[in-house]
Design a binder for this molecule. Structure first.
Ligand SMILES: Cc1ncc(COP(=O)(O)O)c(C=O)c1O
Length: 502
């Protein structure tokens, strides 16, 4: 662990420091946090000292640590990130898409991809993923959909996939890579939730091993790095490493936390030395949880059965549990489990709860999860808890299928181009207006309901009455509206006087 070891030596030096951070090894930190965190965290919180190597222009132990990470994660080159996959996805887009160039991507992208579009000025060619109405679950972009988008737009500069999705659906990366390679364009994969892939034969392979050119991973999500610590890995020659370095430098802090960077070095070492064993243990715990939850009356755990395009493979460590059979909404079940059972999921949605099982879990944790869900199955939700009342009134199948017209897009047709690109809309003069007045005008912001986690309104797109109704229904069901300045949906930010008719 070259970075961890050097940091250890550096913090142990007893020297008079006259540099950042201002707490000077904790001497200036307030008592409450010092008591809670102990001395070490402050002493290890050092800045970019010469012996620690630079992140912007990696040398010394930093370069060594990143080279070891590349080896461990199957890359030619790896960049450490101190601001999550958010930074990595933005940098990937900026490095490969000049202003005005086209990027094929799923509509269900994380908001960091929209930020990347705004920074780069690229034109999005959105393709909607297929939607499983039975499970109320979006899948991944299919090879057929990508092929159709590439046929319609022969001048595409790059393709961005999200794989796995938040709920653990894994894309057919190899088939899509064959399409991008035939065009000589890079395939970028937002693998934020898949840093553990490839470390055990029962886990999905990592995107790079399937022909992707670049993969962004949140090492902090499924491995043991500190929150915000992430990596971007690159393979082959279709992405210019100089461009990626410049793009990462554009959006990365010039004062990255060495606590975060050291945690990347340590997580890499842990995986390189014990990866297969740790993943075997994780998979075994996830399997026990899956089997036992599957036996609880009224519950079912998602699996890609039968495997089909868009839903071909799942991450066995990600458990998406449908609670609607009990009459609970996912949001209400989440609240009840947290409050009365002390069990907290990763992602609640209208019908399900998604639980992560990682190398940090023990058999006791799994027992608590199963026990909590067993108790849930014996509870009867009241309407005020968002139980069957809310579920029935929502007519779930219609929620996404009718209103989002996903069935058309599932056949692979790209969405029509929006009047303004996200960048044009972001920089256009905007105004905040009551929602009703915002209808049919061009949005200046991204508005994304959970569920289904697919942005209904993107910057530069007209706000439709359908989108408005849909957002209200999700909100009424206890869903969450994200991305916009006013999640209460009283007001919306629109482009002022764009002159563009929707
Ligand atoms: C699909 C996806 N991509 C990217 C990100 C951003 O990752 P980070 O939180 O590491 O910035 C997330 C975060 O949840 C995500 O779900």
């Amino acid at each position: 662990m070259p970075l961890v070891q050097q940091l250890q030596r550096s913090q142990a030096r007893r020297v008079a420091r006259f540099h950042t951070p201002g707490h000077q090894g904790g001497q200036g930190s307030g008592l409450p946090l010092k008591t809670a965190w102990g001395e070490a965290v402050w002493q290890w919180d050092l800045p970019e000292l010469p012996e620690l190597g630079s992140l912007l222009d990696p040398d010394g132990v930093m370069a060594e640590a990143q080279a070891l990470a590349a080896q461990t994660f199957g890359a030619d080159r790896t960049w450490f990130l101190a601001n999550g996959s958010t930074l990595g996805v933005m940098a990937a887009i900026v490095a490969t898409c000049a202003p005005g160039s086209k990027l094929v991507l799923p509509r269900s992208v994380h908001r960091s991809a929209i930020a990347g579009l705004i920074v780069s000025g690229a034109v999005p060619i959105f393709v909607n993923p297929p939607y499983d109405a039975d499970w109320d679950l979006p899948g991944t972009l299919t090879p057929q959909a990508v092929a159709a988008a590439l046929a319609e737009h022969p001048d595409v500069a790059a393709v961005l996939l999200v794989s796995p999705t938040y709920q653990g659906v894994v894309a057919e990366v190899a088939a899509i890579a064959a399409l991008t390679q035939a065009r000589g364009i890079p395939l970028l994969v937002d693998e934020a939730h898949g840093a553990h892939f490839g470390f055990h034969p029962q886990l999905p392979p990592r995107a790079l091993s399937q022909g992707a050119d670049l993969a962004v991973q949140s090492t902090h999500k499924t491995l043991s790095a500190l929150t915000q610590a992430a990596m971007v890995h690159m393979r082959g020659t279709r992405v210019d490493p100089q461009s990626l370095t410049r793009a990462v430098a554009l959006v990365q802090s010039t004062s990255p936390s060495y606590l975060l960077l050291a945690s990347l070095d340590a997580a890499r070492h842990q995986l390189a030395t014990q990866g297969q064993d740790l993943m075997a243990q994780t998979l075994a715990l996830a399997q026990i949880a899956c089997d036992r939850i599957g036996q609880i009356p009224g519950l079912r755990v998602w699996a890609p059965s039968p495997p089909r395009s868009g839903f071909r493979q799942g991450d066995p460590t990600r458990l998406t549990v449908d609670v609607s059979g009990l009459g609970w909404s996912g949001f209400a079940a989440d609240e009840w489990l947290d409050r009365s059972q002390g069990v907290i999921c990763e992602l609640p949605s209208l019908r399900h709860l998604t639980f992560m099982v990682t190398l940090g879990h023990t058999a006791d944790d799994i027992a608590s999860l199963v026990r909590g869900l067993e108790h849930l199955s014996r509870q009867h939700p009241s309407p005020s808890q968002g139980g069957s009342f809310a579920l029935e009134n929502l007519a779930l199948e219609n929620l996404a299928l009718e209103n989002l017209a996903l069935e058309n897009l599932a056949l692979g047709s790209p969405s029509p181009l929006a009047p303004l690109t996200p960048r044009q809309a972001f920089f256009a003069p905007g105004e905040t207006v009551p929602w009703q007045q915002g209808l049919h005008r061009l949005s200046a912001e991204l508005i994304c309901p959970y569920p289904p986690g697919i942005p209904l309104v993107l910057p530069g797109e007209p706000i439709t009455a359908m989108a408005w109704e849909q957002l209200q229904r999700v909100q009424a069901a206890g869903g969450v509206i994200t991305g916009c300045a006013d999640p209460s949906l009283m007001t919306v930010r629109v482009v002022r006087d764009s002159g563009v008719q929707s």
